[in-house]
Each structure stands twice: as structure tokens, then as C-alpha cells.
Design a binder for this molecule. Sequence first.
Ligand SMILES: NC(=O)C1=CN([C@@H]2O[C@H](COP(=O)(O)OP(=O)(O)OC[C@H]3O[C@@H](n4cnc5c(N)ncnc54)[C@H](OP(=O)(O)O)[C@@H]3O)[C@@H](O)[C@H]2O)C=CC1
Ligand SMILES: CC(C)(CO)C(=O)C(=O)O
Length: 313
Amino acid sequence: MKICVLGSGALGSSIGGALAEAGSEVYLIDQWVDHINEINKHGLKIKEGDTKRRVKVQGKTDCTGIGAADLIIVLVKSFHTKEAIQKASSIIGEKTIVMSLQNGLGNEETLIKVVGKDRVIGGKTYVGGVLVGPGNIVSGIKGKYTYIGELDGTITERINQVAEEFNRAGLLTAISDNIGGMIWDKLLINVATGALCGITKLPYGGLYKVPEIRDCAFDAISEGIAVAKANGVMLSVENPERIWLMAAVGLPDEFKTSMLQSLEKGSKTEIDYINGAVVRLGEKWNIPTPVNKALVANVKGIEYWLEHYNTKA
Ligand SMILES: NC(=O)C1=CN([C@@H]2O[C@H](COP(=O)(O)OP(=O)(O)OC[C@H]3O[C@@H](n4cnc5c(N)ncnc54)[C@H](OP(=O)(O)O)[C@@H]3O)[C@@H](O)[C@H]2O)C=CC1
Ligand SMILES: CC(C)(CO)C(=O)C(=O)O
């Protein structure tokens, strides 16, 4: 399969690197020139558990010269989705499938507006990645599931092909006839710890020791569950405590959510697509979401501080 990873930072490189290692024709596309140059010169350096290796994979700073892809995996941050897919028209052919594995809600809708409904499939992943430096990542693949599915729940040949390609690469991938529910399951995991970790700056070791943080997370998750149900979503788990505990499975005490990692880099976060999405849908269904509103306000406040008051930038 010819696979283009649109946005090859922490997660895009982890997933694209695994697929390339297993023999797929992979193009890692990213606007970070030093990262792509390093990948092309020395290979992608991957640390996974105690093992380190370099993977040969093609890096590109844009889509020029690649031609139509079989599969495009979108892994830019959610606020870059529209621009990234608009710039990717040269790799979209008649049979190209486009799949987001991003966190948050709304990415499929954005992709559909640009490439059309028939090309888009759904996906969510629990694989993790950290970008250490140009061409250098830490990847967390082992035991982490990825769920993919047609948006209408049918099981098609193309879904089977993508699942096969992922599983061949050691990316544990299951096909779901309820991908909308899977997307919400992951959203609630991000609602549980993303913003609270970002606001408190606590890695998981500390985050899980403060009872008031846990209580606040339970309330944020409960609001999310109520909104999901009003929206007709079928969740796998509806117990806030289980979701809070699931958010930490397999992650070390020093783990920081991507929300905190973004803030530490001085970057914008995906808050509008995570807790912000719960608030917007709550308004639509007349469900109060005061805790998620407060989390959004706090993260937006930190983003504003970083942009306007941070003298260290
Ligand atoms: N990292 C993780 O463990 C996990 C991440 N996710 C989700 O995956 C998505 C990606 O996250 P992550 O990999 O951490 O993010 P990163 O910031 O590490 O990677 C995104 C990359 O996309 C680049 N980019 C932005 N716009 C474009 C464009 N138009 N064309 C090509 N490249 C572009 C960015 O460049 P620049 O920095 O210059 O903007 C950046 O290098 C997010 O939705 C995140 O929530 C989900 C699960 C786990
Ligand atoms: C679930 C979790 C916490 C780790 O993959 C995540 O998605 C994030 O950090 O944004």
C-alpha cells in the first residue's frame, strides 16, 4: 500500500515508521524541514521500550512528486487539518482513502468537506509518540489498540485492507462497526486528563495523587457522557472512574498529556476539539457543562499568557 502520513510529528512518525519497517511504501510528510532532512539523511531514529533502531523511510516537506496515495493518514494537530488536506490535492486520486487518527471531534467532518464523504474512513488510536528532536522519536506501540471503521458502520474490503496493513506492521488494529462510539471513547479519555494535566503541569505520577483533581475529572467525564448520550453515541464505558483509570493504563509516572506537552512548547492546544467540543454539543442539547467550560477557560488563559505575556519566548 502507498501510504502518506500528513503531519509526521510524534504520532505520525511512530505510525509511519512502523508501517515503513513492515514494507509499506510510506511517505512521511511534514513542514518541519530539519526533521524531514534528518529522516532522509540518516533514517528515522526510533526508541521503543529498551530498543533503539533507525528506519529507512521517505520524508517530504510537501506532496510534490508522490502521486496518488492508497491511504492518507492525517496526523497534524486538529487546528491544521483543513489547511493540510487542502494542500494535499496532488496525492488524492480516485481511490484514495483518507483517515484521521487525531484526537478530538470534528476532524472527519473537516476532511469530508475537502475530499468528499466517500473517501473518508474513521479511526482512533491509543498508540503514543514523543518527538525528541529532528528525525528522533520515542514510540509506544506495544499493546496499544487502533480502531478503524467506515463512518456508516459497514465492513468493506478497503477497511479490511487497511486493518491488514496495520496489523502486519505490529499496530494492533481492530475494525469497528461503531467508529463514532470509538471516537467518543477516546475523547472521554482526553477529557479525563488532558486539560487537568495541562493546567496543573503535573505528570501522571502527581495528577493521580490529588483527590480534588480526580473529582474534577469525574465531573468533566460525566458531562461528556451525558452529552455523548444526548448525541446518540454508543459508548463502550459509561463509568467516570473506569475512564479516569483507563486514561493512565500503561503510562509511566513521568507521562505528560499532549495538552501539557503543547503548552510546554509554547504551542496552541487542541482544547477546542476536546473539552470545547463537549461544551458546544452540550449547548446544542441543553446539557450544562460547567466543568468543561472552566477547563476550556483555563487552558485558553494559559495559551493567551504564552502568546502575550511570556517574556521567555
Ligand atoms: N503524540 C501522541 O502520543 C498522540 C497524539 N495524538 C493526536 O495526533 C495528532 C498529532 O499529534 P502529535 O503527533 O503529537 O503532534 P506533533 O505536533 O508532534 O506533529 C504534528 C506535525 O504536523 C506538522 N504540520 C502542521 N501543519 C502541517 C501541514 N500543513 N503539512 C504537513 N505537516 C504539518 C507540524 O508542524 P508544526 O509543528 O510546524 O506545526 C508537526 O510537525 C493530534 O491530533 C494528537 O492529539 C493522538 C494520540 C496520541
Ligand atoms: C491518551 C493520551 C493521554 C495518551 O495517548 C493522549 O491521547 C494525549 O496525551 O493526548
